[in-house]
Design a protein around this ligand. Structure first.
Ligand code: AMP
Ligand code: ZN
Length: 472
């Protein structure tokens, strides 16, 4: 059996078959943060979900290229730049750096590419020019360029692929310039916004005058530039399905850059929201925690990751501080078991338990049934503890159990408590190097070893796997 995932596009669970004829390379894009503030842990539920998808695909042997954009120009950002009398780069740079640090703290593997929207303006202009040339976009009296939903539908294209839309009840043909417009409105959306005085210094030249891109075109331009006009997987939180992702499809396919018969994206996956007392965790409701709020309360990124990964990605769940306390207890059981195994195994080499890995693969193949995987992991801890308590386990058995856990943890990404000695970004580099080695990409593995060295860490390959050590 292979990996099956729920595709929002077809509303069915489908076998995952990469576009790559060799069945090996996979392109994965996840809409990244808008860097106008610290991200909250609701946002991070989506990014941890993307990290799980990436890790699982790699565990399944695929060579993944993971892209996550940084939205560094948008209405809210411009408003704050103006209020704080700063520059766009100074303002967004701070939140981008904090975001990436948070991602490391949550033990997410860094995406291979984190493109900033402001560095892809030329690609956006090119895409808009194509849409204009095909008659699907038009310039309004204020100089802004809009996408025409009517024209797009008139070409036989379908607007409303990810969600069913009632065109009669919607205000088709109206225009919306805001990046944050209401989901109910089915209006023509801005591709290029003509410069207005409130934009201050935030504008770029274009064939249609000075201005800046709309939010949706950013993701179309960056994803297709890095992954090609057709790629495998596009992820995001469920609130992005409409209009953001619908508009991405319309722009990208409307530009006609795909090979005949090819779609912009083959599989769309959407993560459900993290709730607080039944309501979406969000800045506007004020019911949010940032990662630093929780770290200040004494919780760790590892505990928060565990909670964010505890429910199925398509099910909403309520976040509580009690769930974090529960994570602490669960992780303590795991850590105690692993510590005992380490003690008993010593330097004995081990082999992972293929049967258990097979069982876990079977549940995760079922649209990432992570609850099923946790069930198997905690049954395994219980059984292992029993054997350890009986005092009958051999060093080889312990080494095998450790090898099993190491393999599983490439997917779960919890790491060990002792990994805390090395900061998460260093652990992430080590993991990337292991993945490269597994894929026999030795050039990349060596480059990553070199990168670790520049950060002052060396890898010691021991019979029990690689260890990180501070270089002398
Ligand atoms: P933003 O920075 O607002 O563009 O959001 C970044 C990502 O976080 C998007 O994929 C959103 O769908 C996602 N997101 C926002 N709020 C939540 C939430 N409460 N639970 C899960 N994901 C969320
Ligand atoms: Zn996006």
């Amino acid at each position: 059996m292979g990996f099956k995932l729920f595709n929002t596009l077809t509303r069915t669970a489908q076998d995952f078959v990469p576009l790559d004829p060799a069945g090996r390379r996979v392109g994965l894009y996840c809409c990244g943060p808008t860097v106008h503030d610290f991200a909250h842990i609701g946002n991070f539920r989506t990014f941890v979900f993307a990290d799980l998808v990436r890790r699982y695909l790699e565990f399944r042997g695929y060579a993944v290229t993971h892209v996550m954009n940084i939205t560094d120009v948008e209405d809210k950002i411009i408003r704050r730049v103006r209020e704080q009398q700063t520059t766009l780069r100074a303002f967004t740079g701070k939140y981008e750096a904090e975001f990436l640090r948070d991602l490391d703290e949550l033990r997410c593997v860094r995406p291979h590419h984190t493109p900033r929207a402001t560095e892809y303006i030329a690609e956006m202009i090119d895409l808009i020019a194509r849409l204009l040339a095909r008659g699907i976009a038009y310039q309004a009296a204020d100089g802004s360029i809009y996408f025409s939903i009517d024209k797009y539908r008139g070409c036989g294209c379908c607007y409303g692929q990810l969600v069913k839309l009632n065109f009669d009840a919607m205000r088709v043909g109206e225009r919306v310039a805001s990046d944050e417009y209401a989901k109910e409105s089915l209006a023509d959306f801005a591709l290029w916004k003509a410069r207005v005085p409130e934009d201050g210094d935030v504008f770029w030249p274009s064939p249609w005058g000075e201005g800046r891109p709309g939010w949706h075109i950013e993701c179309s331009a960056m994803s297709m530039k890095i992954l090609g006009p057709s790629f495998d997987l596009h992820l995001g939180g469920e609130d992005l399905m409409f209009p953001h992702h619908e508009d991405e499809i319309a722009q990208s396919e409307g530009a006609g850059v795909q090979a005949p018969g090819q779609r912009f994206v083959k599989y769309w996956m959407h993560g459900a929201h993290l709730l607080v007392e039944g309501k979406k965790m969000s800045k506007s409701l004020g019911n949010f925690f940032t990662l630093r709020d929780l770290l200040a309360k004494g919780f760790t990124g590892r505990e928060i990751r565990f909670v964010l990964l505890s429910g199925h990605y398509r099910e909403q769940f309520n976040f509580t501080l009690e769930s974090l306390a529960g994570a602490r207890t669960a992780l303590a059981r795991l850590d105690e078991c692993v510590a005992k195994l380490r003690e008993l195994a010593g330097a004995t080499p081990g082999t992972a338990d293929a049967a258990l890995l097979g069982q876990i693969t079977a549940v995760l193949d079922d649209d990432l049934n992570v609850s099923g995987a946790w069930g198997l992991v905690f049954d395994w801890i219980r059984d292992t503890n029993r054997v350890l308590a009986a005092g009958t386990a051999t060093a080889t058995q312990a080494a095998n159990a450790l090898a099993t856990w190491t393999a599983l943890d490439t997917v779960l990404g919890l790491g060990g408590k002792s990994d805390a000695e090395a900061p998460p970004e260093i652990v992430a580099l080590l993991e990337a190097r292991q993945t490269a080695r597994k894929a026999k990409d030795f050039a990349r593995a060596d480059a990553l070893r070199g990168e670790l060295k520049t950060h002052g860490w060396v890898i010691e390959d021991t019979p029990k796997g690689p260890r990180l050590k501070r270089s002398a």
